[in-house]
Design a protein around this ligand. Structure first.
Ligand code: GLU
Length: 296
């Protein structure tokens, strides 16, 4: 099967060293396999989004010669598709409407002997799905799965195999739903993304099965962490990629991925660095690594 990979940023801020690392790893892995590499903007969470961030991310990818195939897919344009899937899952009895607030759930799960995670309060109530959250019904422990880099993953029991949300109370699709629908829609075969999303795979595989979608192959690459061990993100003050010096940014990303180009390529255009890196890419160097600390 032809390889299709993707980079799927949420436009919550500009591209920074952490998100660049994921972009580069997924890009190199796809290009080495002679595959396609797609970019999808996951703009389904307006309260967290920053105006202009999607364009800023795309311009930074362009400045770094990270050239994508096809046109960029914007999730905001596909709300009807997600809504149809929710309707179908509810009609099939695989999902149900839920009116519980976070605080009710917290109170219920604090009781001794309570089920871990969502306690199942609205499961059998048959509530109308309009203006309520919608959850998937999960009746069995999560399946374990084999990550291409992190090996066998079993969800910790404390995570619960809970009835997870697929549509939020405000009507917007939840990340799990949009991501599995669009990976299948775009024919994505291989997902290379940050280690912080490893714990999302059991729910996503569960949802793929419920929707009759294929399971892609997963590789969870290490995330960059700051001096306190926290994942680098806009919230932890990560600075935007310096698009005036794309060569240095590209070189640094490759070094962090354990693919340091030879010294004579220092200062070369990113496209030249990628050409070298595609030839020398060995994802195995990242096997079992969850985090890469960075100094600044
Ligand atoms: N949009 C998600 C993020 O920016 C990534 C989704 C994914 O790669 O599955 O964290």
């Amino acid at each position: 099967m032809a390889y299709v990979g993707r980079f799927a940023p949420s436009p919550t801020g500009p591209l920074h060293a952490g998100s660049l690392l994921t972009a580069v790893a997924s890009f190199l892995h796809a290009r080495q396999a002679d595959g396609e590499w797609l970019v999808r903007i996951e703009d389904i969470d307006p309260p967290r989004e920053v105006p202009g961030a999607a364009d800023e991310i795309l311009r930074a990818l362009e400045a770094l010669d990270l050239t994508w195939d096809r046109s960029v897919l914007y999730q905001r344009q596909r709300l009807d598709v997600y809504a149809d899937a929710v309707r179908r899952l509810v009609d099939q009895g695989l999902a149900f409407a839920c009116r519980c607030s976070r605080s009710t759930i917290r109170a219920q799960t604090a009781e001794p002997g309570a089920r871990v995670g969502y306690p199942g309060t609205c499961r059998e109530l048959g509530l109308p799905a309009d203006d309520a959250a919608v959850r998937m019904r999960v009746d069995a422990p999560w399946d374990s799965f084999e990550d291409g880099l992190q090996g066998r993953y079993d969800a910790p029991r404390s995570a619960g195999y809970e009835d997870y949300v697929i549509r939020r109370r405000d009507g917007l699709p939840a990340y799990h739903l949009a991501v599995v629908i669009d990976d299948a829609f775009q024919g994505v075969t291989t997902i290379v993304r940050g280690h912080d999303l490893l714990e999302c795979v059991p729910a996503q595989r569960h949802l793929q099965a419920a929707l009759g979608l294929p399971h892609p192959r997963y590789y969870h690459v290490p995330v960059l962490v700051g001096p306190t061990g926290q994942k680098l993100s806009k919230q932890t003050g990560a600075r935007a990629i310096d698009t005036r010096d794309p060569s240095r940014e590209a070189f640094a990303a490759l070094e962090r991925l354990g693919a340091t180009p030879p010294a004579e390529l220092e200062g070369a255009r990113p496209a030249e660095l990628w050409a070298w890196a595609i030839e020398h890419w060995d994802i195995e160097r990242l096997r079992g690594v969850a985090a890469i600390p960075i100094g600044d």
